[in-house]
Design a protein around this ligand. Sequence first.
Ligand code: ADP
Ligand code: ASP
Ligand code: MG
Length: 452
Amino acid sequence: MKRIKVLKFGGTSMGSVDAIKHVIAIVRKPQKDARIAAVVVSAMNGVTNQLIEIAKCAAKKDIRYKKLLKEFKQRHRETVQSLTSKKDVFPWMEELFVHLENAVLGVSRLRELSPGTLDYIMSFGERLSAHMLVEALHERKVPCEYLNARSLIVTDEHFGSAAVDFEATEKATRAHFKKHPKLQVITGFIAATAERKTTTLGRGGSDYSAAIIGAALGAKSIEIWTDVSGIFTADPRLVPKAKVVSELAFEEAGELAYFGAKVLHPKTILPAMRKKIPVKVLNTFRPEDGGTTIVANFAQRRLKSHSVEALTFKRPVMAIHIASPEFFDVNGFMAKILEIFDHYRTSIDVVTTSVASVSLTVEDERNVRKIVTELAQLGEVSVERGKAIICAVGGGINAAGVAGRMFTVLGRHNIPVEMISQEAAGVSITFVVAARDAWKTLKVLHKEYIEG
Ligand code: ADP
Ligand code: ASP
Ligand code: MG
């Protein structure tokens, strides 16, 4: 299965009749490099948020959910009708609506919304959009089949952000594609446990779905089609002068995605990186633009790059500081601290240490109170909310003077900086600022390194 590729279209690309027509044109275009074996799709933009709202309203017995459901159904009915010549109802769509309504009714009767039920309710967004694309492609005589990723991607039961069992997933995916040579139109974002319970891979997770499937198939490339022309030097919505970066190494793209660049789900890079499959980021609405290619050549990029190439931030995060004179003396403190975070499945983004203290940042606040109680047994704990992590990537980031220049500029703009840390191979520098300074920091550094 070598000369195949996997394409993924995001929420804006699936968000309207006009957008879906762009998707269809891309899928139908003869491909020179490899056959398109699978197209992974997100729900129409806004739909996942709507489904969450419907479920939450139902759990509170707030009858607004009925109106929201009506609008939801209307939008999907109108879209599929405009994409095809059939003006009647589509039985598969009506059936999905009945299943969704039953689930929502159950939530409202029980006044309870479990994470598992929410994942099930969210799954309707991707199921509907994948079905709609199949319908539109069939109308245009493109042979293809609908595929619910529940039968490919196997996860644990961590609803809302499930962890993938890569071995089982690869086995199921390869077996499926062996039997189904036609183009597969696959639901992004959703998966299932071995016991067939529906799970999701985390918000924005369709990128990750495409990477998981592409990696399982040993694809030639994975293409992420979105609403911007690649990965920019900074979020183009925040920094209008940002430019597309035509090539990035896996390590750089991984850091950017992890520290807030929404264009890629943070976990997307890993499956592709393990199998050295290039990931391209392309614009559905400007397919002629070159986009960004993410490849396995950080060593080479280092030779060409001499400073910062792209910037991002993540906010809000909280900083947790643990201080104890015992750190001088006792081994294993760090391990104990990390164990506590691990126990509560709370991931740490930045860590800095001194002889008598450790500082960390976390984004997920849910278990912080319990974590702090346990940390208090190790030392004095303080928590600061309202922080942001800034991350700068580029092949030459550890070259002489880069860090010096960075912090001198920020000093000139009166932006206090803490918890500075540098990735060992020189991929990135991350540091923490007050959340209110994040945007200013990004603009100042973008001007200094990229515009200047
Ligand atoms: P999709 O629905 O296609 O998955 P997303 O909204 O998740 O699209 O991601 C695309 C958006 O990511 C862009 O519209 C852009 O505003 C945002 N973004 C943030 N950082 C960057 C960056 N460095 N480069 C490009 N886009 C970025
Ligand atoms: N529809 C999902 C979300 O909004 C997944 C995705 O768009 O990638 O989070
Ligand atoms: Mg996305």
